[in-house]
Design a protein around this ligand. Structure first.
Ligand code: AMP
Ligand code: ZN
Length: 112
């Protein structure tokens, strides 16, 4: 298995794990773009948001709801940004669905 995030999930590549449950894990991004930068990742390998199926709808809700919970736990009371990069134009570099949770600084819009 060659997927980087699958290796992080199975523990063969180390990560700074912040949260985990039966559906997903959250760990610190290795190149943080904000004071708080976590990745919320489903345990099951899904290549990208473009590859989700109808049966994945509850999982997508779970990833979002857990992101909000983690943001609350980390005290991001002034707000935060959740981002899913998809495909080449979306800037996706790791082909395992993941949600970025960024906070601790003011974000600009539109993103680059
Ligand atoms: P994306 O560009 O949306 O596919 O996001 C991939 C993210 O994974 C980037 O923000 C990288 O910094 C991050 N990343 C790459 N390798 C690792 C790693 N070993 N541990 C934690 N985060 C990583
Ligand atoms: Zn994977």
């Amino acid at each position: 298995m060659s997927c980087l995030f699958c290796k992080i999930i199975d523990g063969s590549i180390p990560s700074n794990r912040i949260y985990e449950d039966e559906e997903c894990i959250a760990f610190a991004d290795i190149h943080p773009q904000a004071p708080a930068h976590l990745l919320v990742v489903p345990r099951r390998h899904i290549g990208s948001l473009a590859e989700v199926a109808g049966e994945d709808t509850p999982l997508l809700g779970h990833l979002l709801a857990k992101s909000a919970e983690i943001a609350r736990q980390r005290g991001l009371t002034k707000g935060y940004r959740t981002v899913i990069n998809t495909g080449a134009d979306g800037g996706q570099t790791v082909d395992h669905l993941h949600l970025h949770l960024l906070g601790g600084r003011h974000m600009v819009w539109p993103p680059g």
